[in-house]
Design a protein around this ligand. Structure first.
Ligand code: ADP
Ligand code: XUL
Length: 534
């Protein structure tokens, strides 16, 4: 029997699956299911529920559960050898939280294969919707938690990050403050990752150290819940949190629901899941310092492994735990793919026309800059959405397309300086990494080559590799991360995109102009806000 491992990725816009054959080192199955298209009855837009408040971004947890049923049904129908799968792990969009009441634990152990997951989960939530990573409605709660923990630097030193609006702790605090009765009825709080793992394992799953670090609740060095942070967040919180665990820990056998319904092997192991960015560290094979990953998904993220924990005193960047046992640094931009899409759509283009626009305009864009804060931004922190242009008119389609991509790459270069890592090679992933014209701007701005690996869904691949690692460890095989990731994550030789030296020199100069325009715009926004609130 071949050794198959299944990796799932419950992301903002989709649920994906990758099956790997470990011995023949092949990806044998890959599939993605887009929430808006496959499950239109949840009425999400890009996986998110519409809300009158632009700062509030929630998604329905039942949609993620229904997607899991649908994906397994498709795998079964397409003849995927689910009976040969030895272990299942997964990756979830980070920070989002799911709220279970006292009925959940019992319902999970008794999942009935005659019913759907949605039917099985009826009545187990104390909150119908889940705040996700795009939510930025908790500035007040961030301030309260940060003050209790001793300021930006101290909060980052303790939890790995300053208090951030999308992080789970501030979200829990807002829930406690605004709906105390529902908070009281909450028996257990899960992340998207641990929620999905709970379905697979048929019991409340632990939260892994990688995703747990994105909550402002975990002691980043001790990898344990931090009592001061819990106290600063909400009362009786400790009792509502599951245990923490290594990202590759086996929870137990998969729930009989998946055995009876879809033919998973009863001895197949269900593992703890992690966040999409920690999983991408594994899925891209960037397990040594100096290797940098950039994901161009719904969010744009810049990340890399870090051997010793060093936090960002200015509070823009994060330190999470890497599934390999090291740490990882990360900065996250909310205005990633959806901002590129928005500019593209404004000028009625498709991706080919967008790429032609990049080809028609020179690096540096004649000094034209566009800050693409279509939604409130995480780095730098901007709570008033808006587009800001310098030396650029809204009536210049091609220059605006170049400007959005250049600004995104310059922002990554500028705001990653605290990491003090010399970027020698970038491993690109996420939906937009399919676009070589965008990656060329990335290589030129960063001044180093950009590569892709065979599999574009690095988070799902990382999850499959974590499943393999956890299974091998349980079998007593002492697996080694470099070996586990090596063959699957070899960069595609032909995919290397080299920086153009002349363009890199243009961007070195432009970085100063960009930084100055960004600072000036932030000052202007702050002034307008203070006049409005005076
Ligand atoms: P997530 O995992 O966060 O849900 P993905 O990594 O699947 O997101 O990326 C989805 C995004 O990829 C889409 O919003 C789309 O804008 C972008 N995308 C897909 N193909 C291209 C392309 N050829 N050029 C630029 N962007 C693309
Ligand atoms: C990372 C972050 C996003 C989400 C969604 O901190 O908020 O990258 O994980 O992908």
């Amino acid at each position: 029997m071949s050794k198959l491992f299944l990796g799932l990725d419950s992301s903002t816009q989709s649920l994906s699956a990758i099956v790997i054959d470990y011995d023949s080192r092949k990806v044998v199955y890959e599939h993605s299911l887009n929430f808006d298209q496959a499950l239109p009855h949840y009425k999400t837009q890009n996986g998110v529920l519409p809300n009158a408040d632009p700062l509030v971004k929630h998604s329905p947890p039942l949609m993620w559960a229904e997607a899991l049923d649908l994906l397994f049904a498709r795998m079964k129908k397409e003849g995927v050898r689910l009976g040969d799968v030895r272990a299942v792990s997964g990756s979830g969009q980070q920070h989002g939280s799911v709220y279970f009441n006292t009925r959940a634990a019992g319902a999970l152990t008794k999942l009935n294969a005659q019913k759907s997951l949605v039917e099985n989960l009826r009545g187990v939530f104390s909150r119908a919707t889940s705040p996700i990573w795009m939510d930025s409605s908790t500035s007040r709660e961030c301030g309260e938690i940060r003050r209790r923990l001793g300021g930006i630097r101290k909060t980052a030193q303790l939890t790995g990050s300053d208090a951030f609006e999308r992080f789970t702790g501030p979200q829990i605090r807002k829930f406690y403050k605004t709906d105390r009765a529902a908070y009281e009825k909450t028996a257990s709080i899960a992340l998207v990752s641990s929620f999905m793992a709970s379905l697979l394992a048929g019991k409340i799953a632990p939260i892994d150290h990688g995703d747990g670090a994105g909550m402002n609740l975990m002691d980043i060095r001790k990898k344990a819940w931090l009592p001061e942070a819990l106290a600063a967040t909400a009362p009786k919180l400790r009792a509502k949190l599951p245990p923490l665990a290594d990202s590759w820990q086996v929870i137990g056998p998969v729930s009989s629901y998946f055995v009876k319904k879809y033919g998973l092997n009863p001895v197949a192991r269900a593992l703890v899941w992690s966040g999409d960015n920690p999983c991408s560290i594994v899925g891209l094979g960037i397990v040594r310092e100096g290797m940098t990953g950039i994901s161009l998904g719904t969010s744009d993220t810049f990340f890399g492994p870090m051997a010793r924990c060093r936090t960002d005193g200015r509070g823009e960047g994060h330190v999470f735990c890497s599934p390999t046992g090291d740490y990882m640094t990360l900065i996250c931009f909310k205005n990633g793919s959806l901002a590129r899409e928005k500019i593209r759509n404004t000028y009625g283009m498709d991706w080919n026309e967008f790429n032609q626009a990049l080809a028609d305009t020179p690096p540096g864009n004649h000094g034209g800059i566009l800050l693409p804060w279509c939604e409130s931004e995480i780095v730098p922190r901007v709570n008033v959405p808006g587009l800001h242009r310098e030396n650029l008119g809204a009536g210049e389609p091609s220059a605006n397309c170049r400007a959005v991509v250049e600004a995104q790459m310059l922002a990554m270069r500028l705001h990653s300086q605290w990491m003090k890592v010399e970027t020698r090679r970038i491993y690109a992933t996420g939906g937009a990494s399919a676009n070589s014209a965008i990656l060329q701007v990335m290589a030129d701005v960063m001044g180093c080559p950009v590569v892709r690996i065979q599999v574009s869904k690095s988070a799902a691949l990382g999850a499959a590799l974590m499943a393999a690692y956890g299974w091998l460890a349980e079998e007593g095989e002492k697996p080694d991360w470099e070996r586990v990731v090596s063959v699957f994550t070899a960069p595609m030789a032909k995919s290397e995109i080299k920086p153009n030296k002349k363009a890199t020199r243009v961007y070195e100069k432009m970085l100063k102009a960009y930084a100055e325009f960004e600072r000036a715009t932030l000052r202007r926004i702050a002034k307008v806000k203070s006049i409005a609130t005076a």
